[in-house]
Design a protein around this ligand. Structure first.
Ligand SMILES: [Zn+2]
Length: 319
């Protein structure tokens, strides 16, 4: 695979998690750690939602990041307005980030019930918002909220949403499993059924309500996703997001992908604990790769084998 990008949303979606709260200073420090780690994109928050979120982007204008691109999150314009005049779109532009991400609806039930508009206007909202941000020189990612549920309900409409995003110039169409109810086999089946040659590159954003967010992310990579979004320690709303502390070693050590973060895997445990400390949460000992139990062996037969030759019991060579 020629290109693959790791997208961190700890500072936006991660903060929707129960008991997760970061100060502005915490957020800036975490953003620098994520940058040092080699993550490609660091989503900083939703500038329209409150002053603290907007202040993060103001501060970032004065910060220097070596590799990571800071990303501002917002939604499509409201029904019946123009993108130019919409406060969400203006707030994205005011952050001055080179990259922005816009969330839009894919599932018709949400278009009717949440947006209270019709399907054609939803497509125009997507097209107008993304194309306006592109005309302002931004790299634009499009988060297709509830994509998999929307596709299962009406594949034709989901395809129209993908096409609206593509025609508007989206750089990546991020397929979201917003309620975390989709299984890996469904991710594979749906992604393989899409007419890829006529669409912008695909990415994935998975929640962990079935305990399969990392598995779904890996399935999406195998089906050709070039970007996966997740959070440090898998924190996020309800049961969390795809855990980047598990996903990243899997793609680098077991699938041969080489995103920038592959150069810094040895820093992952420190990153996991740093973010836990900032959130004031005790790290999970049994977390794969970064938990203290992950490469521990109790005395006895297993410990004896490890002492002789670790790779006979452990699934990777310890860095
Ligand atoms: Zn999410």
């Amino acid at each position: 695979m020629s290109e693959f990008y790791v997208y961190d949303t700890t500072l936006r979606d991660g903060m929707q998690g129960m008991e997760i709260s970061f100060t502005l200073d915490d957020k800036i420090q975490i953003a620098h750690r994520l940058d040092d780690m080699g993550f490609d994109y660091v989503e900083g928050g939703f500038p329209m939602s409150n002053e603290k979120e907007a202040a993060f982007f103001e501060q970032c204008k004065r910060e220097d990041f070596k590799h990571a691109k800071i990303v501002a999150f917002g939604s499509t314009r409201r029904a019946g307005t123009t993108a130019e005049a919409d406060p969400h779109i203006r707030a994205l532009l005011d952050t001055d980030t080179e990259t922005v991400i816009v969330v839009g609806k894919t599932w018709k039930a949400h278009v009717h019930t949440v947006l209270k508009t019709d399907e054609e206007e939803n497509l125009r909202m997507i097209y107008d918002s993304l194309s306006f941000l592109k005309s302002q020189g931004r790299r634009v990612f499009f988060d297709l909220e509830h994509f998999f549920d929307g596709y299962k309900d009406d594949p034709e409409y989901a395809l129209k949403v993908l096409k609206a995003g593509t025609e508007a110039g989206a750089d990546t169409l991020v397929l979201c499993d917003t309620n975390g109810g989709t299984l890996p086999s469904e991710i594979t089946g749906i992604m393989k059924a899409l007419p890829r040659e006529s669409l912008a590159p695909l990415g994935g954003h998975f929640h962990n309500d079935c305990g399969t967010a990392v598995a779904n992310s890996l399935a999406a990579v195998e089906a050709g996703a070039i970007q996966i979004q997740g959070t440090v320690n898998g924190w996020g709303e309800r049961c969390g997001n795809a855990n980047l502390c598990v996903f990243v070693p899997n793609i680098c050590l077991k699938m041969g992908l080489k995103p920038k973060v592959a150069e810094h895997l040895e820093k992952l445990t420190v990153l996991s604990r740093f973010v836990a400390e900032k959130a004031n949460i005790i790290p999970d000992k049994r977390q794969p790769y970064v938990g203290i139990a992950s490469f521990s062996h109790k005395a006895g037969q297993h410990a004896d084998v490890v002492a002789k030759q670790a790779e006979l019991m452990e699934h990777i060579e310890i860095l």
